[in-house]
Structures are given as structure tokens and as C-alpha cells.
Design a protein around this ligand. Structure first.
Ligand code: PLP
Length: 358
């Protein structure tokens, strides 16, 4: 029989009060509109409730399924973050107030659906200012806006950009200015009002801290900073936020001293890669019952920093515990702080128990 609750592993502990602290710190510290991004926790309703109670007025997610859930539980503005599929246009209109867009064909379909549902939808047009993920190129933006600005039941409400996600391009005054110039041009030449200039994600906070983000950028879409207090693409912990909202715990199922180098003829590992190992002699190792089906094991940072994560297969993660003073036994639990990828996967996995701590 399966046991309930507390003693089920692997588990993820959720300190909601930390998420609250982070969200409040951001909304108090900066004079800008934040969209709280929920995809890292699969739009977990308790966490969204915390974001809303901390003063966040719009919730964003990349999946319609999550937006549907948000709509069911909350009376809050929602934003679809991933540019929509034509095949989901009806639900985009149904479940989101705002969506990010870069294709005329998609906007035409959204317009049709909005007419059908007798709603007004508010697209934000994405501009690719250099990262080379979604967006219209700057030189084509005015022409694009001209073509879509009069689609019935759509009110083109702003322009936005995304950085750091594909090309690893960082925000600068220069690439932010592109958005501002485009808005001014659109207002002058197309008589189109664009009240929202949506800068980007967690990666933009650094400029905001240094007072370098142009004032006209009036919205940021923030997930990682609120949830984890980090900015993974800048490899930094955000100093005025907390990093301990989440903790993953897994149980030791084997504890032995073993040679660090595998022995025998080598093929490929369980995921088709050829692993390489340094010979460090015999080392104390632990296997814990968590793997790639539960999280991103390489994205787990042991709270005991003398432990090293060596690698993982779908259900096992191997740790080197040679250097730790602590005496571990089989059955003990090891605690980790997840990074964004490990967090997202733990929330997506059916196999990870969630435990909320207010
Ligand atoms: C995920 C996402 C965000 C939020 O990114 P974080 O790094 O979690 O702050 C913002 N905008 C878009 C388009 C996204 O896909």
C-alpha cells in the first residue's frame, strides 16, 4: 500500500512564504508592472494565489492547459507567453486576455475566434531584437503592425521582446531602445497606441537594479526570480531575494565504497551518450531514488555542499559522498536546491510528492 504525505519520496518542499517574500520584494522595490510567470511550477494554484496576494496583477504561462486552470480558480488577467498555435486559437481567446504574437496568420485566426466568442483580445507583438527566438525583425515591425492593427476584435496593445533564452543575448540599453523607437514610430505613423512595452524576463532585472532600464519599458514577465531568486543565464543569485523556496528530498537506496571508474568494455549509457570518468580510486558513493523521470538531476545542488552529483539514469542518481563528514546510512534523505530546469521537471513529474509549508 502507498503511504500518504510526509514520508513519501522523492518530494519537493514548497515554502510559499518565501515565494511571497520574493514577490513582495520585487513589487515594492521596483516601479514597473510585473507579470508573474507560472510555468516553472506548472501553474500550481497555491503558488499563483501567493503571487496574486503579493500584488501581482497578471499571471503568464506558456501552456493553454495551465491558463485554463488559472481561469477556473482566479479572477486575474492572464497572458499566454508562447506564441500561439493556430490549432489552439479558440482556447487562447477563451483563457487569456493577452498573448504574445509574431505571425499575421495566427492573429487573423485569433481575430476570427474573438469575433465568434464576442470578446476583445489584446495581443502584444514580439520583436526579435537579437536573441533569434520569437519575434518580427525590427525593420519589418511597422509594416507588420500596419497589416494587423485593424483586425476585428483584436486590440494590439503593445510590443515586447525576449532575450537570453535561445541566443543567450543579454539586455542592453541599445536593444531596449529598439522597442521604444518602434512604439514612437507606430504612434506617429500608424496612429496606433501601444501602452504596453514588455521588456522581457528575469534577465532584465539587473538593468532595472542599476537604473539602466529605460523608463518607457513598463512591463517585465518574471518567473525565475520570484520562484528561485536566481538568474540562471547570468549565473547569479539575486542578492535581495531568497533562494530557498524549494527543496527536493530523495532517499538513499544504496551506500557503498566503489571504484570511481566503471569497469568493462564501454558502450553508451541509458541515454545514448558515451560517459567519461576520471579515476579517483575507491570513493564512498550513494544512490538515491530519483532520476531523469523526476527532475533534472544535474540541476540539483546538494544543501550539504560536500556532496557531488555524479550523474543519473531515469530512476537513479549517483552521488559522491567521500568528502562529507556526515555519516549517512541507507534510508537517509538527501536535500537539494533545484535550479529552474530541475524545478520545472519536478513539478511536471507525477512521481514527485509535493509538500507545502505555508
Ligand atoms: C518563460 C518566459 C518568461 C519568464 O522567464 P523567467 O526567466 O522565468 O523570468 C518571460 N517571457 C517569455 C516569453 C517566457 O517564455
Amino acid at each position: 500500500m502507498l503511504k500518504n504525505g510526509e514520508d513519501e519520496f522523492p518530494k519537493i518542499k514548497i515554502r510559499n512564504f518565501v515565494i511571497k517574500q520574493n514577490a513582495e520584494e520585487l513589487t515594492n522595490r521596483f516601479n514597473i508592472n510585473f507579470v508573474g510567470v507560472a510555468k516553472g511550477v506548472c501553474a500550481d494554484t497555491r503558488i499563483i494565489s501567493t503571487m496574486i496576494n503579493s500584488g501581482i496583477k497578471t499571471i503568464g504561462d506558456s501552456r493553454i492547459k495551465n491558463l485554463k486552470k488559472i481561469n477556473k480558480h482566479f479572477n486575474v488577467n492572464t497572458m499566454l507567453l508562447r506564441i500561439p498555435m493556430i490549432s489552439e486559437a479558440d482556447n487562447v481567446i477563451k483563457y487569456s486576455n493577452y498573448s504574445l504574437n509574431s505571425e499575421k496568420k495566427v492573429l487573423e485566426k485569433l481575430s476570427k475566434e474573438a469575433q465568434k466568442q464576442q470578446k476583445t483580445h489584446k495581443p502584444i507583438v514580439m520583436v526579435d531584437v537579437g536573441d533569434r527566438r520569437e519575434g518580427v525583425l525590427p525593420e519589418n515591425t511597422i509594416q507588420f503592425l500596419k497589416k494587423v492593427k485593424n483586425l476585428p476584435n483584436l486590440k494590439i496593445t503593445g510590443i515586447g521582446s525576449n532575450l537570453g533564452c535561445f541566443g543567450g543575448i543579454l539586455p542592453t540599453k541599445k536593444n531596449k531602445q529598439i522597442l521604444i523607437d518602434l512604439v514612437e514610430e507606430a504612434e506617429k505613423e500608424l496612429d496606433l497606441e501601444l501602452p504596453i512595452i514588455s521588456g522581457g524576463s528575469t534577465i532584465e532585472l539587473k538593468m532595472l537594479e542599476q537604473n539602466k532600464l529605460p523608463k518607457k519599458i513598463n512591463q517585465l514577465r518574471i518567473g525565475e526570480a520570484i520562484l528561485l531568486g536566481t538568474s540562471v543565464s547570468q549565473n547569479r543569485e539575486i542578492p535581495y531575494l531568497r533562494q530557498d523556496a524549494f527543496e527536493i528530498e530523495a532517499e538513499i537506496i544504496e551506500l557503498k565504497k566503489k571504484p570511481s571508474k566503471p569497469q568493462g568494455k564501454t558502450g553508451k549509457d541509458a541515454f545514448g551518450k558515451k560517459p567519461e570518468f576520471q579515476d579517483k580510486g575507491k570513493r564512498k558513493r550513494a544512490i538515491i531514488a530519483i532520476g531523469k523521470q523526476d527532475t533534472t538531476p544535474k540541476g540539483l545542488k546538494p544543501i550539504n555542499n560536500e556532496i557531488e552529483v555524479l550523474g543519473a539514469s531515469s530512476d537513479h542518481t549517483i552521488l559522491d559522498i567521500q568528502n562529507t563528514e556526515q555519516k549517512y546510512e541507507t534510508g537517509d534523505k538527501i536535500k537539494f536546491t533545484p535550479n529552474y530546469s530541475a524545478l520545472l521537471k519536478a513539478f511536471t513529474s507525477n512521481y514527485v510528492k509535493k509538500q507545502y509549508i505555508n
